[in-house]
Each structure stands twice: as structure tokens, then as C-alpha cells.
Design a protein. Sequence first.
Length: 310
Amino acid sequence: MASAQASSAAVPTGSSVARENRHKPDWRGWKFMAPFAVVFVFVFIIPIVYAIYISFFKKQMIGGTKFVGVENYLRLFGDAQFWSSVGRVALFTCVQVPIMLFLSALMALALDSMKLHGTKFFRISTFLPYAVPAVVSTLIWGFVYGAKYGLVGSLNGALGTNLDMFAPSVLLASIGNIVTWEFTGYNMLIFYSSLSTIPHSLYEAASIDGASEWQIVKSIKLPELRGSLAITVIFSIIGSFQLFNEPSILQNMVPGNAITTYYTPNMYAYNLSFSGNQSNYAAALAITMAVITMAIAYAVQLNSMKEQMK
């Protein structure tokens, strides 16, 4: 009897085991996250820190690399070419993004209406341009825009017109058309997935109450798109300010000097770093553009949160 009591007293109770485990650190979550964390640090954090570091230096013909502090940033604020490229992508964003998102929302509403024939084919065909690499898409549209051997040239010959999609006055709109063709289907799927979460019972109740199709769209569907609209606007703004592939590919196809080396901020940074041997100044430009883009995206997000709280 005494031995049994002693053995039972030697066995720790469940509460004491739980108390001990509560104070013991659990590293299982960190082990699962470790592969991603390592890749994230080496691919994202370290390049940003290095770019910030080299932006405070300057390469000189005599004396090598020299620490200059914020001299590169001060020079950038007075660089007319930089502000010209920023103004160009800002204009591109203000015009192209609303048109693209309007078309995406219109397509998503058409798919969700259940009145469109061949919805599967329509959904795949509108998303297909996003699967095409940007370089290939730009080359395709570059040959379409060709005034001599492209589709535009054939139309000019057939109709007797003189349309030039590579003219400096319409060149930015031509690039915007390419970007819209590439990403409209992608944003359409985001809107469509948001609409798919609406219970059909709401539609049935609205129909019983005598609501028309437009009233259902206005009162039920459009409010549901606010959250996804904020996401698509932020992604589109970031993508527009990073515009690089389309103008850089068209640069060799456009006659004259319509697309300069500083046509967009990313093109300017690329040419400064790899052609002008000014990697320190290019790093300062890249960091400045990152700050500008983050500030605009954050302002859009705050405005969206205020709208959703109303």
C-alpha cells in the first residue's frame, strides 16, 4: 500500500506537466517558416539594405568610391529628367488604371450575371493575355502597330489613312493599350472571385422585392467590390510606377528618339546603372521611387479603409 502511494506520488500530474510545457519554448513554427525567412532575407531584405548603403556613395575617376551622404538624393531632386519620367508614369497611371479597372469590373459583372453565353471560354480568353510574357506581348503589339508592315500599315493602305501609333503624341496611349490588354483579365478574376462570395439568396430576396437588375448591381454587387477594388488599385499603381518592359522593348521599334533613356524611372535607373556607370545614383533613384510608390499605395489603402468604415 505504501509502495503504491509512493509510486503515484512520483508520477507528475497533468497540471504540472502542462505548467512545465507552458514555460518551454516551442520552435516548431519557426522551423516551418525558416526556409521562407532565409529566402526572404537574402532576396528582399539584403538587396534593399545594400541599395540604401551604396546610395550614400559616389564613384569618382580619381579616388575611387567616396562617401557623399545625401548628395545623390539632392542631385536627384534637381534632376529634370527624373521628374519628367515621374510625371509621365503619373499621367499613365491616372489614365490607364481607371480604364483597365473599369473594363475588368464590367467583365466580372457580365460573368456573374449568368446571362453570358460561353462563360468558360470568355473567362479563359480574357485571362490568357496575362499568361503571355510581357516581352512577347510587347513584340506582338509592336508588329501590330507597325505603319509599314503591321496591321496598322495594312489598314492605312486599305482605308487611305495615315495612322501612326508610334507618334510621340500617342505613344504613351499605345503603351497603355498593351498594359491594359495584359492585365485586364487578371483584375477581372479578382473582381469575379469577390462577386462569387455573395450568397445567391440575396439576389432572390431582391428579385422578390421587385428590384431590377441594375438595382441589384448598384446595391449588392458594387458595394461588394470595394475591398477587391482597393487591392487592384494598389497593385496597378505599383505596376504602373514600375513600367519598364513595354517601353524598353518598343524603344528599338519606334523610329527616332520618341522613347528616351529616361522615359520611365525604371528605364532611367537601368540606363544609369548599366550604361552610364552610375550605380550609386541609380540606387538613390530606385529608393526614392520606392518611397513615392509606398506613400501613394498607403494613401489609397487609408482612403479605402475610411470608405469601408462608413
